[in-house]
Ligand binder design. Sequence first.
Ligand code: DSN
Length: 399
Amino acid sequence: MKDIQIKKLIEAERKRQKRVINLIASENYVSKDVLEALGSELTNKYAEGYSAMRYYGGNEIVDRIENLCKERVLKLFKLLPNEWSVNVQPLSGSPANLAVYMALVPVGGKIMGMSLAHGGHLTHGHKVSATGKFWTQVPYGVNQKTELLDYEEIKQIALREKPQIIVTGYTACPRIIDFKKFREIADVSGAYLMVDMSHFAGLVAGEVYPSPFEYADVVTTTTHKTLRGPRAAMIFSKKDPPNMIGRAGARELPKKIDKAIFPGLQGGPHLNQIAAVAVALKEADTPAFKKYAKQVVKNAKVLSNELARLGWRIVSGGTDTHLLLVDVWLNGKGIGGKEASDRLEKAGIIVNKNAIPFDTRSPVDPSGIRLGSAAETTRGKKEKDFVEIAERIDKILRK
Ligand code: DSN
């Protein structure tokens, strides 16, 4: 690279990534092949539209790439092409979620999503996000005592508020979601069911987390968390959702979603990204990836158990996934989330500060930190390494 300034900064970031212990729950390390596809000449091509329906010429090859990416993802998640459609053009998770609402919820309508403070995502209708400005969020949360989802309470909210769409799948909830219960709630309240599986998509692919596809009408996901691909996203939509038969436009979900992505929200797709996603999907469709996903969950459980043994409170009492939320404030007996995250970073352990449900502190200095095992598992760490990491975290936080 001739640009020495950028070259040096990339090198510095590469070294930083190698040096630290990365426990950011939403990050991972991609393969060299994924990086190669991202840095390829595909970035030069404009291809507004969809395969065989583009607004520019010269798309013979990129059409094949986009089609291959779609084929691979349907195969990975065991979906039949006559039942599910997938759009692989979303640039990232936020536009993917926005596109679903644009397609399915009239402006001013209701999105029922978990509140950010309990582990939801900004794009599940939070008021500072576009999704909370064009639509109204009907928030739900976890039970104060158990810190788990209370499906009866969620059902009551849905029946009372009659949202157009119910969103499940979170950024800071470490437990397995009962998608069947959400389906029942969506059915009795007449809502679409959307699962945002961004965090656990790799765990679904690795068969260590239940697949949401049996129950959802729409599934969105980013591709760069546990799925270990480049930064991008996808939207899956059911071609003929059984509960929607007879509802206006029921058979039109994929068409509406495709239109919402292009021309609704985006212009030309990033084909280098789509090719890199295809590479990651092939990598995920292997026995080695299944082994990896299993190890991710084992490692997170060890980290959670060890930190609990050392006296830290784990929100909801543990984890079923790659992530855990640790209450470091401990009602004033511990330290704030910001200080915890700063101290850990100084010692080379990267985490993010995070609110815990019913937090009494501010979002900029909350009571918790969120930890994830996906990135370090990619680097080959096993249970014994996570025991050591827990001990190091404990020492640093107690200083
Ligand atoms: N910020 C991502 C996460 O860390 O979960 C989601 O957007």
